[in-house]
Each structure stands twice: as C-alpha cells, then as structure tokens.
Design a protein around this ligand. Sequence first.
Ligand code: AMP
Length: 306
Amino acid sequence: MSLVVVGSMAFDAIETPFGKSDKIIGGAGTYIAWCASNFTPVKQISVVGGDFPQTELDALTARNVSLEGVQVKKDEKTFFWSGRYHMDMNTRDTLDTQLNVLANFDPVVPDSYQDCEFLMLGNLLPSVQSSVISQLKTRPKLIVMDTMNFWMEVAMDDLRKTISMVDVLMVNDSEARQLSGDYSLLRAASTIMKMGPKYVIIKKGEHGALLFHGKQVFFAPALPLEEVFDPTGAGDTFAGGFIGHLARTKDISFENMKTGIILGSAMASFCVEKFGTERLRQINKADIDARMNEFVQLVNFDISLV
Ligand code: AMP
C-alpha cells in the first residue's frame, strides 16, 4: 500500500516584483514529494540529468521518498523552467521551458511500486502520466492529476485521454476556463467532470480552492499572508498536502477530501513564504498543526438564522 508520485524534477529561475532567484531546485514532483512526505512515505517517478545535485536526491531519500523510479540521465540536462510573476503575485508568465530530459522520458514503474493505492500525477507530459497508469497492474484506489496550460497548447489530445483515466483533476481557474471553454467555474467544473473525473479541484491562488463532486461544492480559503515571497510550487504543494492526507487516512470520501483541501491550503501557505522548496524543508508537525489551527480560526463562525 503506498503513494506513488509522478512529476517533473527541475531547475527553476524565478522573478518576482520583489526579487530574483538564481537557478534553484524546483519541479512539480519535487514540491509534491517534499510536502506529502510529511504525512506518508512516497515512491517517486521522474527523470533528472547528470547536472541534478546528488545532495538533493539524498535529502529526499532521508525524508522517506523512494527514488527507485527516478531515472538519472548522466549525459543530459535536467528540465528547466523560468517564470516571472506580475505585481499581484497570482499571475505569471512563463519565460522559458526547456524540456531537456523530459522530452524523451519513458517512465518505468518499478515492481516495488506495484502496491500503489494512491497515485498523484503531478504536472508532466500527459503521455507520461497515462503510461504510469497503464503500467500499474492493479488500478489504484484513487488517481489524482494535475496539469497546466502548457500541455493544453502542445498536447491536447494526450491530455484529454489522460484526463479520462483519472478520478480527480486539479487545475487553476484560468486552466479550468481554457480546458472547458467556459468562464463560469461552476459550468467549467461540470464540463470537466463529463470528460471523466468524478471530482474537480479548481485552485484560485490567494483566493483559495473549490472542490466539485456532482452537485456538491466545497470552498477552502487561502490563508491571508502578510508577505508572499514566491508562489512557485504552491499548486504542487497543495496537491502534496491533499494526496498525502488521503493516503495517510486511506479515506476517499468527499468529507475527507474537504480536510485534504484545507491541509493542502495550509501546506501551500508555507511554500510561498520563501523561494523554492526552502520553507518546506524547515517545517515540522508542530508548525503544520499550528497552521491548521489558524485555518480553523479563519473559517469558524456561529450563526443563528431567525
Ligand atoms: P506551480 O507553481 O505549482 O504551478 O508549479 C511550478 C513548478 O512546475 C516549477 O517548479 C516548474 O519546474 C514546474 N513546471 C513548470 N512548467 C512545467 C511543465 N511544462 N511540465 C512540468 N513541470 C513544469
């Protein structure tokens, strides 16, 4: 029984109105692993080049992240992404995407990963995501998928095929609109559910996240923060908190997904406090519990209707 995570492991270069990073460690799979490993062991599937620091791989191993499914292509370069945030820190432009090792990535699911009960398909080529699903001999109890506008532009057919294979699709608001062709997020979620997933999560950055299932809708706010340093990886960290909670509790009910969304939001609020994965590396259980309490205070109110 385990959580398998698929996603990019990368070098990122980030510009915000308040600062600029050098080439730092990033990638959707990296953020998910750092976050989910707070709750449950992780079996990682990804690919890196010979330039990816061994110390980074060792740090993940020390967190109970198995790297048997991470290919190291010694003579090639790691995936590189660069982005610039606008003044609102909610929207960004991609400046550069160099697929490098990702371009020909052919994932191989190790035998030791075949006990996968929870599968988190982090942002990556949709054909790689579906290949992992196909290689699993027993379908996981829950398959959650994240994606982004980039794949809608370059691989829409593969993307639709992969979406039809999963239980939960996670996208941000602009991606939900692009995928469905509808401005209303309610209608967008309903259109996406017709593509296959029984659940849709729409992330709205600093405005929280919505969970849809049939006619049910749940909303979780994002924690208002005085300072947002770098939003990169917040979506992936959110995904790591969500799937980490479900995998730890082994409960895939709508009610438990609500808690997963709150925990995902709490974890994402740590991620944005420093550049890259820095803040995620520092936090412990006490920090997470304290932040969950802040969330409870934020949304808890008594009301009597007369
Ligand atoms: P997020 O801010 O949660 O959307 O995730 C940002 C992370 O996604 C960065 O660390 C990037 O390395 C990674 N990323 C950006 N573009 C892609 C892409 N096309 N495929 C896979 N990962 C990507």
